[in-house]
Ligand binder design. Structure first.
Ligand code: PLP
Length: 402
Protein backbone atom coordinates (compact mmCIF):
# COMPACT_ATOMS: atom_id res chain seq x y z
CA UNK A 1 0.00 0.00 0.00
CA UNK A 2 1.32 3.47 -0.79
CA UNK A 3 0.24 6.88 0.47
CA UNK A 4 -2.09 7.53 -2.45
CA UNK A 5 -4.15 4.53 -1.39
CA UNK A 6 -4.72 5.79 2.15
CA UNK A 7 -8.10 7.44 2.66
CA UNK A 8 -8.27 11.23 2.61
CA UNK A 9 -9.70 11.31 6.13
CA UNK A 10 -6.42 9.92 7.43
CA UNK A 11 -4.56 13.06 6.35
CA UNK A 12 -5.96 14.95 9.32
CA UNK A 13 -4.94 12.35 11.90
CA UNK A 14 -1.61 12.06 13.65
CA UNK A 15 -0.45 8.96 15.47
CA UNK A 16 -1.10 9.33 19.20
CA UNK A 17 2.01 11.01 20.71
CA UNK A 18 1.64 8.88 23.84
CA UNK A 19 1.73 5.70 21.77
CA UNK A 20 4.67 7.12 19.79
CA UNK A 21 6.75 7.75 22.91
CA UNK A 22 6.01 4.24 24.19
CA UNK A 23 7.20 2.80 20.85
CA UNK A 24 10.36 4.90 21.10
CA UNK A 25 10.97 3.68 24.67
CA UNK A 26 10.53 0.06 23.59
CA UNK A 27 13.00 0.58 20.72
CA UNK A 28 15.59 2.09 23.08
CA UNK A 29 15.08 -0.77 25.53
CA UNK A 30 15.49 -3.30 22.73
CA UNK A 31 18.83 -1.59 21.99
CA UNK A 32 19.88 -2.26 25.59
CA UNK A 33 19.16 1.17 27.14
CA UNK A 34 17.51 1.39 30.58
CA UNK A 35 14.69 3.85 30.01
CA UNK A 36 12.45 5.25 32.74
CA UNK A 37 9.13 6.01 31.15
CA UNK A 38 7.36 9.04 32.62
CA UNK A 39 5.34 9.37 29.43
CA UNK A 40 2.80 6.63 30.00
CA UNK A 41 -0.79 7.41 31.03
CA UNK A 42 -1.28 4.49 33.38
CA UNK A 43 -0.84 3.52 37.00
CA UNK A 44 2.00 1.16 37.85
CA UNK A 45 -0.19 -0.57 40.49
CA UNK A 46 -1.46 -4.10 39.90
CA UNK A 47 -5.15 -4.56 39.16
CA UNK A 48 -6.66 -5.39 42.60
CA UNK A 49 -6.78 -9.17 43.11
CA UNK A 50 -10.55 -9.50 43.64
CA UNK A 51 -11.07 -7.89 40.22
CA UNK A 52 -8.57 -10.15 38.47
CA UNK A 53 -10.15 -13.20 40.09
CA UNK A 54 -13.57 -12.10 38.85
CA UNK A 55 -12.07 -12.14 35.35
CA UNK A 56 -10.59 -15.60 35.89
CA UNK A 57 -13.90 -16.83 37.27
CA UNK A 58 -15.67 -15.52 34.16
CA UNK A 59 -13.32 -17.57 31.99
CA UNK A 60 -13.80 -20.71 34.08
CA UNK A 61 -17.59 -20.23 34.08
CA UNK A 62 -17.54 -20.00 30.28
CA UNK A 63 -18.65 -16.37 30.19
CA UNK A 64 -16.65 -16.26 27.01
CA UNK A 65 -19.30 -15.62 24.38
CA UNK A 66 -20.80 -12.52 22.77
CA UNK A 67 -22.87 -10.40 25.14
CA UNK A 68 -25.37 -7.62 24.46
CA UNK A 69 -23.53 -4.96 22.43
CA UNK A 70 -23.79 -2.26 25.13
CA UNK A 71 -22.84 -4.63 27.95
CA UNK A 72 -24.49 -7.30 30.10
CA UNK A 73 -27.49 -6.45 32.26
CA UNK A 74 -25.33 -7.16 35.32
CA UNK A 75 -22.66 -4.70 34.22
CA UNK A 76 -25.23 -2.04 33.35
CA UNK A 77 -26.75 -2.45 36.81
CA UNK A 78 -23.29 -2.01 38.40
CA UNK A 79 -22.67 1.10 36.26
CA UNK A 80 -26.09 2.57 37.14
CA UNK A 81 -25.40 1.94 40.83
CA UNK A 82 -21.98 3.61 40.55
CA UNK A 83 -23.43 6.72 38.86
CA UNK A 84 -26.21 6.93 41.48
CA UNK A 85 -23.86 6.35 44.43
CA UNK A 86 -20.95 8.58 43.43
CA UNK A 87 -22.52 11.20 41.17
CA UNK A 88 -26.24 11.31 42.06
CA UNK A 89 -26.94 10.59 38.39
CA UNK A 90 -29.82 8.23 37.69
CA UNK A 91 -29.58 6.46 34.36
CA UNK A 92 -31.90 3.74 33.07
CA UNK A 93 -30.30 0.71 31.35
CA UNK A 94 -31.11 2.17 27.89
CA UNK A 95 -29.16 5.29 28.90
CA UNK A 96 -25.97 3.33 29.61
CA UNK A 97 -23.36 1.81 27.31
CA UNK A 98 -20.12 -0.03 28.01
CA UNK A 99 -17.35 -0.11 25.42
CA UNK A 100 -13.75 -1.14 24.86
CA UNK A 101 -12.32 1.73 26.86
CA UNK A 102 -13.58 5.26 27.38
CA UNK A 103 -11.64 6.08 24.23
CA UNK A 104 -13.99 4.04 22.06
CA UNK A 105 -17.07 5.61 23.63
CA UNK A 106 -15.79 9.16 23.06
CA UNK A 107 -14.95 8.30 19.47
CA UNK A 108 -18.34 6.68 18.85
CA UNK A 109 -20.19 9.62 20.40
CA UNK A 110 -18.39 12.09 18.12
CA UNK A 111 -18.78 9.92 15.03
CA UNK A 112 -22.47 9.42 15.75
CA UNK A 113 -23.27 13.12 16.14
CA UNK A 114 -20.93 15.28 14.06
CA UNK A 115 -21.75 16.38 10.56
CA UNK A 116 -19.04 17.89 8.39
CA UNK A 117 -17.89 21.28 9.67
CA UNK A 118 -19.65 21.15 13.03
CA UNK A 119 -17.53 22.48 15.83
CA UNK A 120 -16.27 20.92 19.03
CA UNK A 121 -14.91 23.20 21.75
CA UNK A 122 -11.82 21.68 23.33
CA UNK A 123 -10.10 23.56 26.15
CA UNK A 124 -6.29 23.32 25.91
CA UNK A 125 -4.17 21.75 27.18
CA UNK A 126 -6.25 18.73 26.17
CA UNK A 127 -6.03 14.96 26.09
CA UNK A 128 -4.16 14.23 22.87
CA UNK A 129 -6.93 12.22 21.20
CA UNK A 130 -9.82 14.70 21.27
CA UNK A 131 -8.86 16.87 18.27
CA UNK A 132 -7.91 13.94 16.07
CA UNK A 133 -11.12 12.10 16.88
CA UNK A 134 -13.11 15.22 15.98
CA UNK A 135 -11.27 15.54 12.68
CA UNK A 136 -11.80 11.85 11.89
CA UNK A 137 -15.51 12.49 12.36
CA UNK A 138 -15.17 15.44 9.90
CA UNK A 139 -15.83 17.94 12.66
CA UNK A 140 -13.81 21.06 13.39
CA UNK A 141 -11.91 21.22 16.67
CA UNK A 142 -12.11 24.69 18.23
CA UNK A 143 -9.16 24.81 20.58
CA UNK A 144 -9.45 27.31 23.45
CA UNK A 145 -6.12 27.83 25.23
CA UNK A 146 -6.61 28.05 28.99
CA UNK A 147 -4.10 29.70 31.27
CA UNK A 148 -2.15 28.44 34.22
CA UNK A 149 -3.49 31.49 36.13
CA UNK A 150 -7.07 30.25 35.72
CA UNK A 151 -5.98 26.84 36.99
CA UNK A 152 -5.94 25.51 33.41
CA UNK A 153 -9.74 25.79 33.36
CA UNK A 154 -12.08 27.17 30.72
CA UNK A 155 -13.64 30.40 31.95
CA UNK A 156 -17.23 31.46 31.14
CA UNK A 157 -15.83 34.41 29.14
CA UNK A 158 -13.76 32.07 27.01
CA UNK A 159 -16.71 29.76 26.47
CA UNK A 160 -18.93 32.68 25.49
CA UNK A 161 -16.40 33.73 22.85
CA UNK A 162 -16.01 30.19 21.47
CA UNK A 163 -19.71 29.30 21.14
CA UNK A 164 -21.22 29.70 17.65
CA UNK A 165 -24.34 28.40 15.91
CA UNK A 166 -22.07 25.61 14.54
CA UNK A 167 -21.00 24.38 17.99
CA UNK A 168 -22.08 20.77 18.52
CA UNK A 169 -20.04 19.69 21.56
CA UNK A 170 -18.14 21.07 24.50
CA UNK A 171 -15.59 18.63 25.92
CA UNK A 172 -14.75 18.94 29.60
CA UNK A 173 -12.22 16.67 31.28
CA UNK A 174 -12.01 16.83 35.07
CA UNK A 175 -9.70 15.85 36.70
CA UNK A 176 -7.81 16.75 33.57
CA UNK A 177 -5.06 15.17 31.56
CA UNK A 178 -2.39 16.63 31.34
CA UNK A 179 -2.82 19.23 34.12
CA UNK A 180 -4.80 17.48 36.88
CA UNK A 181 -7.16 20.48 36.97
CA UNK A 182 -10.52 19.88 38.66
CA UNK A 183 -13.61 22.03 38.03
CA UNK A 184 -15.69 22.92 41.08
CA UNK A 185 -19.47 22.51 40.95
CA UNK A 186 -19.80 26.31 40.84
CA UNK A 187 -17.43 26.57 37.89
CA UNK A 188 -19.40 23.90 36.03
CA UNK A 189 -22.67 25.68 36.78
CA UNK A 190 -21.27 28.96 35.41
CA UNK A 191 -20.40 27.18 32.14
CA UNK A 192 -23.80 25.46 32.06
CA UNK A 193 -25.59 28.81 32.45
CA UNK A 194 -24.07 30.01 29.19
CA UNK A 195 -25.11 26.87 27.36
CA UNK A 196 -28.79 27.54 28.07
CA UNK A 197 -28.89 29.77 24.99
CA UNK A 198 -27.29 27.06 22.84
CA UNK A 199 -29.68 24.10 23.06
CA UNK A 200 -27.92 22.31 20.16
CA UNK A 201 -24.70 21.90 22.17
CA UNK A 202 -23.92 18.56 23.80
CA UNK A 203 -21.51 18.26 26.71
CA UNK A 204 -18.96 15.48 27.01
CA UNK A 205 -17.96 15.09 30.66
CA UNK A 206 -14.84 12.94 30.63
CA UNK A 207 -14.56 11.86 34.28
CA UNK A 208 -12.06 9.05 33.74
CA UNK A 209 -9.72 10.28 36.54
CA UNK A 210 -12.60 10.88 39.02
CA UNK A 211 -11.23 9.15 42.15
CA UNK A 212 -7.62 10.30 41.71
CA UNK A 213 -7.69 13.57 43.65
CA UNK A 214 -5.42 15.17 46.26
CA UNK A 215 -5.79 17.58 49.18
CA UNK A 216 -9.44 16.50 49.65
CA UNK A 217 -10.43 18.36 46.47
CA UNK A 218 -14.14 17.64 45.91
CA UNK A 219 -15.44 16.28 42.62
CA UNK A 220 -18.61 17.10 40.71
CA UNK A 221 -19.65 15.60 37.42
CA UNK A 222 -21.10 18.11 34.96
CA UNK A 223 -24.70 16.83 34.98
CA UNK A 224 -24.54 16.48 38.75
CA UNK A 225 -23.57 20.16 39.10
CA UNK A 226 -26.08 21.28 36.45
CA UNK A 227 -28.97 18.74 36.47
CA UNK A 228 -30.88 20.74 33.85
CA UNK A 229 -28.13 19.68 31.40
CA UNK A 230 -28.54 15.93 32.01
CA UNK A 231 -30.54 15.46 28.80
CA UNK A 232 -27.62 16.67 26.69
CA UNK A 233 -24.63 15.46 28.66
CA UNK A 234 -22.65 12.32 27.98
CA UNK A 235 -20.95 11.28 31.22
CA UNK A 236 -17.90 9.19 30.31
CA UNK A 237 -15.99 7.09 32.78
CA UNK A 238 -14.16 3.77 32.99
CA UNK A 239 -12.08 1.45 35.10
CA UNK A 240 -8.73 2.10 33.33
CA UNK A 241 -7.45 4.76 35.70
CA UNK A 242 -9.67 4.19 38.75
CA UNK A 243 -8.80 0.50 39.12
CA UNK A 244 -5.44 0.17 37.28
CA UNK A 245 -7.16 -1.70 34.45
CA UNK A 246 -5.87 0.01 31.29
CA UNK A 247 -5.24 -3.30 29.52
CA UNK A 248 -8.71 -4.68 30.21
CA UNK A 249 -10.22 -2.05 27.89
CA UNK A 250 -13.46 -1.29 29.65
CA UNK A 251 -15.13 2.11 29.68
CA UNK A 252 -18.73 3.20 30.17
CA UNK A 253 -21.00 6.16 29.61
CA UNK A 254 -24.40 7.46 30.61
CA UNK A 255 -26.43 9.86 28.51
CA UNK A 256 -29.67 10.54 26.68
CA UNK A 257 -31.25 7.43 25.20
CA UNK A 258 -31.11 8.70 21.57
CA UNK A 259 -27.36 9.25 21.82
CA UNK A 260 -26.64 5.95 23.56
CA UNK A 261 -28.74 4.15 20.91
CA UNK A 262 -26.73 5.77 18.09
CA UNK A 263 -23.43 4.88 19.78
CA UNK A 264 -24.69 1.33 20.21
CA UNK A 265 -25.49 1.04 16.48
CA UNK A 266 -21.95 2.16 15.64
CA UNK A 267 -20.49 -0.27 18.13
CA UNK A 268 -22.67 -3.12 16.82
CA UNK A 269 -21.20 -2.60 13.35
CA UNK A 270 -17.59 -2.22 14.46
CA UNK A 271 -16.34 -3.91 17.65
CA UNK A 272 -19.56 -5.36 19.18
CA UNK A 273 -19.53 -5.87 22.94
CA UNK A 274 -16.47 -5.12 25.06
CA UNK A 275 -14.70 -8.30 26.22
CA UNK A 276 -17.08 -10.47 28.26
CA UNK A 277 -14.21 -11.22 30.68
CA UNK A 278 -13.44 -7.55 31.21
CA UNK A 279 -17.14 -6.89 31.80
CA UNK A 280 -17.23 -9.46 34.60
CA UNK A 281 -14.09 -7.94 36.12
CA UNK A 282 -15.62 -4.45 35.88
CA UNK A 283 -18.71 -5.65 37.77
CA UNK A 284 -16.41 -6.67 40.63
CA UNK A 285 -14.57 -3.34 40.38
CA UNK A 286 -17.73 -1.23 40.50
CA UNK A 287 -19.68 -3.26 43.08
CA UNK A 288 -16.95 -3.49 45.73
CA UNK A 289 -15.81 -0.47 47.73
CA UNK A 290 -12.38 0.67 46.53
CA UNK A 291 -10.60 -0.24 49.79
CA UNK A 292 -7.23 0.07 48.04
CA UNK A 293 -7.80 3.68 46.99
CA UNK A 294 -6.54 5.30 50.20
CA UNK A 295 -3.17 3.56 49.89
CA UNK A 296 -2.92 4.38 46.21
CA UNK A 297 -3.65 8.05 46.78
CA UNK A 298 -1.12 8.25 49.58
CA UNK A 299 1.57 6.75 47.34
CA UNK A 300 0.62 8.96 44.40
CA UNK A 301 0.59 12.05 46.59
CA UNK A 302 4.13 11.32 47.82
CA UNK A 303 5.26 10.94 44.22
CA UNK A 304 3.48 14.15 43.25
CA UNK A 305 5.34 15.97 46.03
CA UNK A 306 8.63 14.43 44.95
CA UNK A 307 8.27 15.63 41.36
CA UNK A 308 7.07 19.05 42.54
CA UNK A 309 10.20 19.37 44.72
CA UNK A 310 12.44 18.41 41.80
CA UNK A 311 10.76 20.93 39.49
CA UNK A 312 10.96 23.71 42.11
CA UNK A 313 14.67 23.02 42.62
CA UNK A 314 15.47 22.95 38.89
CA UNK A 315 16.39 26.27 37.32
CA UNK A 316 14.20 26.78 34.25
CA UNK A 317 11.31 24.55 35.35
CA UNK A 318 8.21 25.49 37.37
CA UNK A 319 4.79 24.01 38.07
CA UNK A 320 1.72 24.52 40.17
CA UNK A 321 0.52 21.53 42.19
CA UNK A 322 -1.91 19.35 40.19
CA UNK A 323 -5.15 18.60 42.05
CA UNK A 324 -5.82 15.26 40.43
CA UNK A 325 -4.76 12.49 38.01
CA UNK A 326 -1.06 11.52 38.04
CA UNK A 327 0.60 14.09 35.83
CA UNK A 328 2.63 17.19 36.51
CA UNK A 329 2.46 19.81 33.77
CA UNK A 330 5.71 21.74 34.16
CA UNK A 331 6.55 25.01 32.47
CA UNK A 332 9.92 24.67 30.72
CA UNK A 333 10.19 27.98 28.86
CA UNK A 334 13.13 28.88 31.12
CA UNK A 335 15.16 26.12 29.48
CA UNK A 336 14.22 26.82 25.88
CA UNK A 337 16.92 28.50 23.83
CA UNK A 338 19.62 27.03 26.04
CA UNK A 339 22.46 24.94 24.63
CA UNK A 340 23.46 21.38 25.48
CA UNK A 341 27.08 20.42 26.32
CA UNK A 342 27.42 19.15 22.74
CA UNK A 343 26.33 22.48 21.28
CA UNK A 344 22.73 21.73 20.34
CA UNK A 345 20.27 24.56 21.03
CA UNK A 346 16.95 23.39 22.44
CA UNK A 347 14.48 25.61 20.64
CA UNK A 348 11.21 24.08 21.80
CA UNK A 349 9.60 21.66 24.23
CA UNK A 350 9.81 18.82 21.74
CA UNK A 351 13.58 19.27 21.34
CA UNK A 352 13.93 19.37 25.13
CA UNK A 353 11.90 16.17 25.62
CA UNK A 354 13.91 14.42 22.89
CA UNK A 355 17.20 15.56 24.40
CA UNK A 356 16.14 14.40 27.87
CA UNK A 357 15.29 10.99 26.46
CA UNK A 358 18.59 10.67 24.61
CA UNK A 359 20.68 12.17 27.38
CA UNK A 360 19.07 10.72 30.50
CA UNK A 361 16.92 7.84 29.24
CA UNK A 362 13.90 9.46 30.89
CA UNK A 363 10.81 9.77 28.70
CA UNK A 364 8.43 12.70 29.24
CA UNK A 365 5.94 14.23 26.81
CA UNK A 366 6.22 17.70 25.28
CA UNK A 367 3.40 20.13 26.01
CA UNK A 368 2.79 20.83 22.30
CA UNK A 369 1.30 17.33 22.02
CA UNK A 370 -1.44 18.59 24.37
CA UNK A 371 -1.86 21.89 22.52
CA UNK A 372 0.28 23.87 24.98
CA UNK A 373 3.87 24.52 23.86
CA UNK A 374 6.48 25.42 26.47
CA UNK A 375 5.57 22.65 28.92
CA UNK A 376 6.48 19.06 29.74
CA UNK A 377 4.06 16.44 31.03
CA UNK A 378 5.66 14.26 33.66
CA UNK A 379 3.61 11.15 34.53
CA UNK A 380 4.58 10.12 38.05
CA UNK A 381 2.68 6.83 38.45
CA UNK A 382 5.90 4.82 38.43
CA UNK A 383 7.64 2.88 41.16
CA UNK A 384 9.23 5.10 43.87
CA UNK A 385 12.85 4.12 43.29
CA UNK A 386 12.60 4.64 39.54
CA UNK A 387 10.86 7.97 40.03
CA UNK A 388 13.63 9.15 42.37
CA UNK A 389 16.24 8.16 39.78
CA UNK A 390 14.31 9.87 37.00
CA UNK A 391 13.98 13.10 39.01
CA UNK A 392 17.71 13.09 39.73
CA UNK A 393 18.56 12.52 36.07
CA UNK A 394 16.24 15.31 34.87
CA UNK A 395 17.61 17.87 37.32
CA UNK A 396 21.25 16.87 36.62
CA UNK A 397 20.68 17.13 32.87
CA UNK A 398 18.91 20.49 33.07
CA UNK A 399 21.80 21.86 35.15
CA UNK A 400 24.11 21.16 32.18
CA UNK A 401 22.18 23.49 29.87
CA UNK A 402 23.72 26.90 29.28
C1 PLP B 1 -8.62 12.19 29.55
C2 PLP B 1 -8.70 10.79 29.09
N1 PLP B 1 -9.87 10.31 28.62
C3 PLP B 1 -9.99 9.05 28.18
C4 PLP B 1 -8.92 8.18 28.19
C5 PLP B 1 -9.11 6.78 27.66
O1 PLP B 1 -9.20 5.81 28.64
P1 PLP B 1 -9.51 4.29 28.30
O2 PLP B 1 -8.31 3.52 28.72
O3 PLP B 1 -10.73 3.95 29.13
O4 PLP B 1 -9.79 4.17 26.84
C6 PLP B 1 -7.68 8.63 28.66
C7 PLP B 1 -6.50 7.73 28.63
O5 PLP B 1 -5.37 8.14 28.72
C8 PLP B 1 -7.57 9.95 29.13
O6 PLP B 1 -6.39 10.44 29.61
Amino acid sequence: MNNSQIARRMQSVRPSPTAAISDRVRALEAAGRQVINLGEGELDFATPAHISYAGIEAIVQQQTKYTAVAGTATLKAAIAAKFARDNQLHYRPEEIIAGSGAKQLIFNALLATLDAGQQVIIPAPYWVSYPDMVRLAEGEPVIVPCSEQSGWKLTPEQLARALTPATRWLILNSPGNPTGAIYSAEELRALADLLTDYPQVLIMADDIYEPLRYDNTPFASFAQAAPQMTGRTLTVNGVSKSHAMTGWRLGYAGGPQWLIAAMQILQSQSTSNPSSISQAAAVAALNHPAAFLGDWLETLDQRRQQVLRMVAATDGLSASAPQGAFYLFARCTGLLGRTTPTGETLHDDSALANWLLEQTQVAVLHGSAFGMPGYLRIAYAVEDGLLAQACQRISDACAQLR
